[in-house]
Design a protein around this ligand. Structure first.
Ligand code: NAD
Ligand code: MG
Length: 391
């Protein structure tokens, strides 16, 4: 089988740390090549030593000295800034975990696939902003694109041995996030601190707030369309408080295969790390005698306008996914900085989408990285302007 060389982009984050945990348990199979991170230099240096990385890179030039001195007594190579990040992603490894948050994760993932690595994709923003390009890049390089998002890993697992053209419907579940028991009125005045309190999953700050607004689910709907090449009307969402059923796939014959498991990302990460095979993983086992109920309900579209926006974006096609993700990132920044309210995030995104919907752009553009990045930049600029007018 041989040793697998693995790079992790976004190693200091929630997904990155869970990935290292699994890799560290199987040194006979995995060798860490490169770790990248952002501001958490101590963590990055510590992990580089613990896991025997060859190269460690921070995305920010300013942190170079700190990282260099933290690793002064080792022979681990150190880099910082955009060109070092690019070089890090170009190294010849067997697999790369794409676990940077936001559109910043797109290019490292593409670069890694172009260098021949299988891509373990936690960075859902890649599929939203550049689904067609990401898929085509995997195909052209003959590398695997393995979903890590729990719902998509669940769908992927349910589809093993099945024909894609027998899929009737894919249902993604959502916990409902921090405000699932709030009324729309109560949601008007919630703070970033309240939005960061997730009822079931422990994740990075940004995805946690996106769960509370269901922008996370909106991104995941688009991610599912792009990953599994299905139509928007084949994707549904159900709020499922217990977060134990992660996804369901309904087939033409009315049979449904559901993916059930503990809410621990190491399950989905492990399935991708072991290339779609079932390794023995150190996870809690579900005890069905202790699970008294599983609840499912349709999401409240008024509380969560982000869901309707996802369908609007999919129907628009072209570069609208890139615009949607970028506008959402800016709206989230503004909410976290207390410049706009929680519910205003979807108003900002909607306004940007509506403004851009008259622009001509099609499938060709969706395969062009420069056009994607251009649309991303334009949508960010527009979102900033719209945020400034909100009060
Ligand atoms: P996180 O905030 O915990 O970690 C993000 C990582 O990205 C950190 O290592 C950070 O240093 C790095 N980073 C941030 N901005 C960067 C930039 N501009 N350039 C380079 N590096 C940067 O995030 P997370 O929760 O681990 O999520 C990572 C990705 O995985 C996201 O796309 C998220 O949507 C997806 N995801 C996460 C979970 C989860 O359970 N955490 C589940 C499903 C999908
Ligand atoms: Mg998910």
């Amino acid at each position: 089988m041989g040793l697998k060389r693995v790079s992790i982009f976004g190693a200091t984050g929630s997904i990155g740390q869970n990935t290292l945990d699994l890799i560290g348990r199987d040194p006979a199979r995995f060798q860490v090549d490169t770790l990248t991170g952002g501001h958490q230099i101590d963590q990055l240096a510590q992990d580089a030593k613990t896991y025997g990385a060859r190269l460690v890179v921070t995305a920010y030039d300013d942190h170079y000295q700190a990282l260099k001195s933290a690793l002064a007594d080792t022979d681990i190579q150190v880099g910082a800034g955009p060109s070092a990040m690019k070089e890090a992603a170009s190294r010849p490894v067997d697999m790369a975990m794409s676990a940077i948050v936001g559109a910043a994760g797109l290019e490292p993932g593409l670069t890694a696939m172009n260098a021949g690595a299988d891509l373990l994709l936690a960075n859902k923003e890649s599929m939203v902003a550049a689904g067609a390009l990401t898929r085509t890049t995997a195909q052209n390089n003959n590398v695997a694109l393995l979903p890590v998002d729990s719902e998509h890993s669940g769908v992927f697992q349910a589809l093993q041995g099945e024909r894609r053209d027998t899929i009737e419907r894919v249902i993604l579940t959502a916990s409902g996030g921090a405000f699932r028991d709030y009324t729309l009125d109560q949601m008007q005045s919630v703070t970033p601190e309240q939005a960061c309190d997730h009822p079931t999953w422990a994740m990075g700050q940004r995805i946690t707030v996106d769960s509370a607004s269901m922008f996370n689910k909106a991104l995941e709907i688009i991610e599912a369309k792009e990953l599994f090449d299905i139509e928007p009307n084949q994707i549904d969402v159900l709020v499922h408080r217990q977060s134990l059923v992660h996804a369901l796939v309904e087939f033409h014959d009315a049979g449904i295969i559901a993916h059930v498991g503990p809410h621990d990302m190491r399950h989905a990460i492990g399935y991708a790390l072991y290339s779609g095979t079932r390794a023995k993983l150190p996870l809690e086992r579900l005890d069905f005698t202790k699970i008294s109920r599983l609840d499912f309900a349709a999401p409240d579209r008024q509380k969560y306008p982000s869901i309707d926006l996802a369908y609007q974006v999919m129907h628009a096609g072209g570069l609208m996914g890139a615009a949607f993700n970028a506008a959402k990132e800016k709206a989230l920044d503004a909410f976290l900085a207390r410049q706009i309210g929680f519910l205003q995030m979807s108003e900002v995104v909607k306004s940007v989408i509506n403004t851009l919907s008259d622009m001509e752009h099609g499938f060709e553009d969706a395969l062009n990285l420069e056009h994607i990045l251009g649309m991303d930049a334009l949508a960010r600029e527009l979102a900033l302007r719209v945020c400034a007018t909100q009060k």
